[in-house]
Design a protein around this ligand. Structure first.
Ligand code: HEC
Length: 159
């Protein structure tokens, strides 16, 4: 092959390599949740939660642990949804200009997020993923306990 063809070929190969490398870094940036971690949770997989169970059991039975990391709850290390450290993140949600819900306190924001998750989708996380049927599975007492627990997380050591 004549030498004058070889240099352009090398340049083209280098350019292609750079392009491919750039493409893979970009797609890593725009895809925060890998497809393999999408979790399907059907209502019949979740029993009714009365609220008199220990707090860990409330989160585990309801399946929250599959998708969320919750401080102090053993086995709650899911990464599909945001870590439930509402003591830190809650106030930010309530003042988010995109927030269209009705909650005025972090406590109510947690309850609202569980019963009506479509009202506000946490930026950077997939919409339509958090189940919409928890209102039919969790008693009022269970919801209260979930909210009281989560609103403290992040600000005080897990308890
Ligand atoms: C199948 C996965 C999945 C399950 C199960 C699930 N969630 Fe979520 N959750 C998400 C995702 C994804 C988001 C973020 C997108 C959104 O706001 O809808 C979210 C958002 C939230 C938020 C708002 C968090 C924030 O930082 O503002 C709360 C609170 C919450 N979930 C609580 C719960 C509780 C409590 C349970 C169990 C009763 C639960 N979730 C079960 C996927 C899940």
């Amino acid at each position: 092959m004549p030498e004058r063809f070889i240099t352009p070929l090398i340049v083209i190969a280098l350019l292609l390599g750079t392009l491919l490398a750039l493409r893979s870094t970009n797609s890593a940036l725009v895809t925060p949740v890998p497809v393999s971690s999408v979790v399907a949770l059907a209502p019949d997989m979740v029993p009714l939660v009365a609220g008199d169970e220990p707090i860990t059991e409330i989160f585990t039975r309801a399946g929250c642990s599959v998708c969320h990391t919750v401080p102090g709850i053993q086995g709650a290390d899911g990464r599909v949804g945001p870590p439930l450290i509402l003591g830190i993140t809650g106030p930010t949600r309530l003042t988010d200009p995109a927030y269209r819900g009705h909650a005025k306190t972090v406590h109510d924001y947690v309850i609202e997020s569980v019963i009506e998750p479509g009202l506000f989708v946490v930026p950077g996380y997939p919409a339509g993923t958090m189940p919409i049927w928890y209102g039919a599975k969790l008693s009022a007492l269970a919801l209260e306990k979930i909210a009281s627990y989560l609103e403290r997380q992040g600000v005080t050591p897990a308890q």
